[in-house]
Design a binder for this molecule. Structure first.
Ligand code: PRE
Length: 180
């Protein structure tokens, strides 16, 4: 019998499901970059919180949002959630690696390069916020689409409890945001 549903590998290749799938995939990618940030900072004494960097990120968000015709405050609120979620990941990993030093990373990625990646993700996430204005405007359809996208991301990306918790924080305002 022909398969009616795509095989898991095909699903993974096509990304999370539904109209918010692409946005969710970028959110998950940013959370994963949080793992790299944690690896860059762990054991160096560098604090997880860097308010000056956060301000830089949010200024970039506001500028690019305006240029796209998105409401800067709503875009900044969405990115504040991304930053909070990243810090949840970082704190969780610090705790895990402190409790189980054998699981701690053995190489230290370069924070500057990671931030370049985060800047690229800012641009891509804003483009997806713009592309999903219509679906995000409908509160109930948006909630349904978000559950579909998040549920599939959890399975496809095999998110552990820490990253599932962070994903919940990161998508907090996706449907609540008043678009543009
Ligand atoms: O760039 C860092 O140092 C990060 O930890 C990443 C990040 C972010 O998510 O953009 C998160 C926490 C910091 O306070 C600043 C920025």
């Amino acid at each position: 019998m022909a398969a009616e549903f795509p095989a898991p590998a095909a699903l993974a290749a096509s990304g999370s499901l539904g109209r918010l799938g692409a946005l969710t995939d970028l959110v998950v990618e940013r959370l994963r970059v949080g793992d790299d940030v944690a690896a860059a900072k762990f054991g160096t004494g560098s604090p997880i919180d860097d308010p000056a960097r956060e301000e830089q990120v949010l200024n970039q968000v506001r500028e690019q949002a305006s240029a796209l015709g998105l409401a800067p405050d709503a875009a900044a609120a969405f990115f504040r959630d991304q930053i909070t979620a990243s810090k949840v990941v970082q704190r969780g990993l610090f705790a895990r690696w402190t409790a189980h030093p054998g699981q701690a990373p053995t190489t230290r990625p370069d924070l500057g390069e990671i931030r370049t990646q985060l800047d690229r993700l800012t641009t891509e996430l804003l483009a997806q916020l713009k592309a999903t204005v219509d679906v995000r405007a409908g509160r109930i359809p948006c909630t349904v689409q978000l559950k579909l996208a998040n549920g599939s991301a959890v399975v496809l990306d095999r998110l552990d409890a820490l990253h599932r918790q962070a994903l919940g924080i990161a998508v907090h305002s996706v449907c609540a945001v008043s678009p543009a």
